[in-house]
Design a protein around this ligand. Structure first.
Ligand code: GAP
Length: 498
């Protein structure tokens, strides 16, 4: 059965990944809160992105800029004038739609060929009974739609105590502009040479007309953006530097998503048509993912040319150039912009990880997250919660491992149930402490000081000396192979319900 968004929404709520914002008040439209496991997953995505694209690269630095910026930033960038969507309203039910999205929704139809009976017709299709196509409101099927009006997507707010026009500012609709307005500060303070990039991960806000599809399109979300500045007068491998770096970033971003688990068959590139390109872009490609709603944008990688630096130079009156020592001239760098959404990346990783399978006649739901993404790395489970020695040893292992990773302890069910719970949130490894580990002091029996590690994906188990746990998990959680560990320690017969 194909995976549906409803399945992910319900798992996310049930297991503490994502909750509807202000749910007890009926919810806030298209705003979501990340729960205890969601916040871990989200932080892992941002941390890996920062590690791989900032920390590991000598040509990258990061910033963390304020969300509220000078209102002229948004005049210079074109957002005040052009960051709009065409919007239509229903004159009957007052529902509001993006004009270019109306035909992508199923529509209600009171069919004259059946004495006005009500039918829901699939998006873009004609009524099979009377042949009519949609002309009225898709939601109520009765009201006429107004002509399209442009609606600015920025959230407006006021700076200071007086709510007048002079105090108007905006919640940033993208993180990108902070990299342009800080270009000179970063260049001078870090003594950088082209090409170099500035990265930022943070919140953005858009008053989307038709948000929806869970965390795919929301009004408050997080972006991970890079502005990579190149010298437009240089060539690399015989190609203009901006074109060369544009292709390099496309390849690097695709490789990053594959590395953390998105499969080849669920990823593709889509080139923007000329008439679709943003006003600032020379060329843009989207990386698309096959979400449960179909192929949709996961991130965009644009060649923004020198548009932004020139605009900010014009509006601020400051010089925003780079001195090219070799050519002894000032140049305005071109910029390549890999712009990803954290929430969309999380949705893609969640959808890809989700699997249902049958194990010994029972359904097993498992999230096969890459270990570095998994919200919890290890769960420590006592086989008998009434045996004090077992419980004490399990708590001790949890606190030792928690110095390195997110680790949980759970004794609230039988071992088979505990394993299933961890499978369902994607925990790659469980550690079980049993009688053999601690022995039986009343009978004078010594424990073997070994515990069982159970692998989420194969459900195989190995018995490992407790003192080896940290190095073994260091190996397994940084790309080490389970088969190698199993080979070293030997797999154990599956205890309890695997
Ligand atoms: N600075 C360029 C820029 O912001 P964008 O294509 O509008 O480009 C980049 O946004 C990424 O941000 C998108 O590919 C998507 O992953 C994410 N994004 C944009 N709008 C979003 C929304 N309303 N909800 C969730 N994510 C969004």
């Amino acid at each position: 059965m194909p995976l549906t968004m409803d399945t992910l929404v319900s798992l996310s709520k049930r297991r503490g990944f994502v909750f509807q914002s202000s749910e007890i008040y009926g919810g806030t439209g298209s705003v979501w809160d990340y729960g205890p496991l969601g916040v871990e997953l989200k932080q892992n995505i941002k941390r890996l992105w920062w590690r791989d694209f900032v920390q590991m690269r000598p040509d990258m630095v990061g910033i963390d800029a304020a969300i509220l910026m000078h209102p002229n930033v948004w005049r210079a960038s074109g957002h005040v004038e052009q960051f709009t969507d065409p919007m239509v309203d229903c004159r009957e039910c007052q529902h509001r739609f993006r004009a270019d999205h109306v035909d992508a929704r199923p529509w209600l139809h009171f069919c004259p060929a059946t004495k006005g009976n009500k039918f829901e017709i699939a998006a873009g299709e004609a009524c099979p009974r009377c042949g009519a196509r949609r002309t009225l409101c898709p939601d109520c099927g009765k009201g006429e739609l107004t002509t399209a009006r442009n609606f600015n997507l920025m959230f407006k707010t006021f700076m200071g105590p007086v709510e007048d026009d002079a105090a108007v500012t905006y919640l940033r609709p993208e993180t990108a502009q902070a990299m342009f307005v800080n270009f000179e500060n970063v260049l001078q303070s870090m003594r950088l040479k082209l090409p170099f990039g500035i990265a930022q991960a943070g919140r953005s806000f858009r008053n989307e007309i038709t948000p929806g599809n869970f965390i795919f399109r929301t009004r408050e979300f997080e972006q991970m953006e890079i502005e990579y500045f190149v010298n437009p007068h240089e060539t690399v491998e015989g190609r203009p530097a901006d074109e060369y770096w544009h292709d390099r970033w496309i390849a690097d971003c695709m490789a990053w998503f594959r590395r953390y688990g998105l499969s080849e068959g669920n990823l593709r590139l889509r080139e923007h048509e000329k008439d679709e390109l943003a006003h600032y872009a020379k060329r843009t490609l989207d990386i698309e993912y096959r979400f449960p709603i179909g192929w949709s944008e996961l991130m965009g990688i644009a060649n923004r040319t020198d548009y932004d630096l020139k605009q900010h130079a014009k509006f601020s009156g400051k010089t925003l150039t780079y001195f090219d020592e070799e050519r002894k001239e000032h140049v305005v760098p071109y910029v390549i912009e890999p712009a990803a959404g954290v929430d969309r990346a999380l949705l893609a990783f969640l959808a890809e990880a989700y699997q249902e399978e049958e194990v010994r006649g029972e359904k097993r739901v498992v999230l096969r997250f890459h270990p570095e993404l998994a919200p919890v790395k290890v769960a420590v489970l006592p086989l008998l919660k009434k045996r004090e020695e077992i419980v004490k040893t399990a708590h001790g292992i949890r606190s030792e491992l928690a110095r390195h990773w997110r680790v949980v302890y759970d004794d609230t069910a039988a071992i088979g149930r505990l394993y299933r719970r961890q499978d369902e949130v994607g925990t790659p490894y469980c550690v079980t402490v049993d009688v053999q580990t601690v022995g039986d002091s009343e009978k004078g029996e010594q424990g073997d000081q070994r515990v069982t590690i159970r692998d989420r994906d194969s459900m195989q188990q190995v018995r490992v000396p407790m003192r080896e746990l940290v190095p073994v998990f260091q190996e397994l959680l940084t790309g080490g192979d389970w088969a190698a560990v199993a080979g070293r320690f030997g797999t154990a017969a599956a205890a309890a319900a695997g």
